[in-house]
Design a protein around this ligand. Structure first.
Ligand SMILES: [Zn+2]
Length: 114
């Protein structure tokens, strides 16, 4: 399961950071997840809750901020956001010369520690 391996490395990263800084528990972790990253937030939350019990993040809450797909068109210059998982053409002029600039993120925004 894709989400489980993401969660394992996430927990490893935040635990390491937390210990380096001399804290011993994590309250919450905020994660930015792009729509294009192909990750299901529900599955991620489920995997996080299942995996956190043996770590210093055992009481931590995972907060997911979902980033919609977005980009711009090289032909007409319009910026767009989309609720779709993929987009192949500019919504304004139908050109396929588009650049996707948002929506594939998977990064920790911040975390609360104790
Ligand atoms: Zn366009």
């Amino acid at each position: 399961m894709h989400e489980a391996s993401i969660v394992m490395s996430l927990l490893e990263t935040v635990s390491d950071l937390c210990q380096q800084e001399g804290y011993n528990s994590i309250e919450s972790v905020r994660l930015k997840v792009g729509k294009v990253a192909g990750i299901l937030p529900e599955a991620l939350l489920f995997a996080f809750d299942a995996a956190k019990s043996d770590t210093i993040a055992n009481k931590a809450e995972l907060i997911i901020e979902y980033v919609a797909l977005g980009g711009f068109c090289c032909d007409c210059g319009s910026q767009f956001d989309s609720e779709e998982r993929y987009i192949y053409a500019c919504p304004a002029c139908k050109s396929s010369a588009i650049k996707i600039t948002r929506g594939d993120e998977l990064q920790i925004i911040d975390m609360e520690v104790n």
